[in-house]
Design a protein. Structure first.
Length: 219
């Protein structure tokens, strides 16, 4: 199909507190969507933080130094960017638009600060906030990550509460209690815009024409 006949992809924001599960859910969402005929990608952000063991440049993040990041911000190369825990993160503008123009749905795994910036520039964006099933479960997930001290965990919980306080800025809320259910709920949100009557009329114009034609006109 040529790019001129390809419907633009949809842009979706997925946010959650640290430990909320948005990264795992987003990765599991891609095969779910593929099974429903939807071509989607998770945007690869730029960051100034150092790679963690097993992370690959260009796959998990685009790892850049602070000077390079600042230069990109100055030349408006980011759709959004934010400081998180002393590190900088940003979404490349040109790459995101190219994916959308090619008909791919693009998932932005970003925080509330970035979400605000994207909404201002992309009015059609759909935003989803993921909540943990309880504060106790969120703390358990944070503690299961490693050997963080109680003080560090308290700081992460405080940051999580701050992030969750912005839940009412989002279009949808998904509670990540049962993982498979949460994936299916996210999938339903991404599937729904493709079933809008306006898009379906364009995609199935020939079918609709045949269905509405009188018997003598079919063929």
């Amino acid at each position: 199909m040529s790019s001129s006949s390809t419907s633009p992809g949809g842009l979706f924001i997925v946010s959650a507190p640290s430990g909320g599960g948005k990264t795992s859910l987003s990765r599991a969402l891609l095969p779910w969507l593929a099974g429903h005929g939807i071509d989607a990608v998770i945007s690869v952000s730029y960051t100034t933080r150092a790679p963690r063991p097993g992370e690959q440049n260009g796959v998990h993040y685009h790892f850049v130094d602070g000077t390079s990041f600042g230069a990109m911000a100055e030349t408006n190369e980011f759709l959004e960017h934010a400081d998180v825990f002393g590190r900088r993160y940003g979404t490349g503008r040109a790459r995101t638009q190219a994916l959308l123009d090619a008909g791919q749905d693009v998932i932005l795994d970003i925080d509330w600060q970035g979400a605000r910036q994207v909404r201002q520039q992309m009015p059609g964006v759909v935003s989803i906030f993921i909540l943990p099933p309880s504060a106790a479960e969120l703390e358990r997930r944070l503690r299961s990550r490693g050997q963080d001290s109680d003080e560090v965990i308290e700081g992460r919980m405080a940051a999580a509460r701050e992030e969750m306080s912005h839940h009412d800025e989002y279009d949808y809320l998904v509670v990540n209690q049962f993982f498979d259910n949460a994936v299916a709920e996210l999938g339903a949100i991404l599937l729904a815009p493709r079933l809008l009557a306006s898009r379906q009329r364009r995609a199935h114009a020939a079918l609709i024409g045949d269905l509405l034609a009188s018997p003598g006109q079919i063929g």
